[in-house]
Write a protein that binds this ligand. Sequence first.
Ligand code: SF4
Length: 356
Amino acid sequence: MPETTIAQASFDSIRTMHETTIQPDVTQFTPEIETLTAPIYERVRHVIPEVEWAVHAPLIAAINDLKRQRNAVILAHNYQTPEIFYGVADVCGDSLGLAQKGAATDADVIVLCGVHFMAETAKIMSPDKTVLLPDMEAGCSLAASITGADVRRLKAQYPGVPVVTYVNTTAEVRAEADICCTSANALKIVESLGTDRVIFIPDEYLGQYVAEQTDVEVILWKGSCEVHERFTGAELREYRKSFPGIHLMAHPECPQDVLKEADFVGSTTGMIQHVDKERPDKVVLITECSISDNVAVEFPDVEFIRPCNLCPYMKSITLPLILKSLQTLSPAIEIPQDVSVRARKSLEKMLAAGRG
Ligand code: SF4
C-alpha cells in the first residue's frame, strides 16, 4: 500500500504535459479537468462510479492546484473516502504515521483529513506548521470518553500506577498520561513499563485484548469506538458460513467475541500489510468500511466483502470542506504550549520504546 504522493505524482505529470491553467470553477467537469484527473480516475474507477467522478474531479483539480500554491500537504487517514484518499492525499496511513510523515515534510501547511485528535497529534509533532482540520466537529467517541480531569482522578485513585493512553485521545489527556500507545504496540508498551499494574485508557476492548496476553494487571476505562463496538461475533460466524474460505480480519477496538472469531487481529496498517503478505482470495476487514474501498484499489485480485460501519466523524471531511479550508487557511488547530509539550513527551516515550 503506498503511503506517499498517491495523487500528486500523476497529477503533476499530466499537468506539466498539458500546461493547463486550472480555473477555480469547482462545478464544471470540463474536458480539461477530465484529462487532468484521468490518471487518478483510472485507479479508482471500480470503486467510484463515473457519475460521481464528474462531481469530484473539479474539486480534486482545484484542491491539488491550491495546495501547491499554499505549500500544503494533505494527510488522509485510512478511513477517508477514495476520492480523498486517492484524489488529493499526499500521505495516507494511520494517525501516528500521518503525523510523523507530515512532520518530515517541508510544507508550511498540513491539512489533516481525519478526526480532531489526529490533527492534534499532527500539530504536536509539527508545532511550527499550520495544521488545518476541515471540520472542527470531526470528533471521536473514544477520545470523547475521557478528559484530563478524569485521568488526574484515576492517578489519585491508583497512586504510582503508570497511565498508558491509546493515541485516540485528546492532547489534554495525553499530557496527563505517562506514555502513549497505538493499537499495534499496546501490549509492548504495557510490558515495557516493568510494573505489575498499569492504567489503560480509554478503549476498554483494546485494554481487554492486551490484558489477555500479559501478566501485567490492566486497570480499564470504559471507553469504546462506536464504529467497532457495533460488530458482533455472530456476524463474523455468519460471514464464515456465507463465504466459505473467507479470511476474517478484525481491529482490536472490536469487542472480545469478535476478536475470538477473527483469523487476524491488527491495526489498520497491520491489516493492510497482512493482506499484502497473505493475498487471501476473499477477505472481510472488520473495521470502518472505507478502508475496504481503499485497499481494494491496491489489491484488485482480492475479493473484499464489505461490511458497512461508517464513522460519522471521519465522513464529515469532504472535498468541498478541504477546498474551503485551503482557501481560508482555517480552521486551524491550536494547543496550549504546556499541554503540547507534555503530550509530546508521552508520544516520544512511546516512540523510544518502539512503534510496532
Ligand atoms: S472509527 Fe472509532 S476510533 Fe476511529 S475516529 Fe471513528 S469513532 Fe473514533
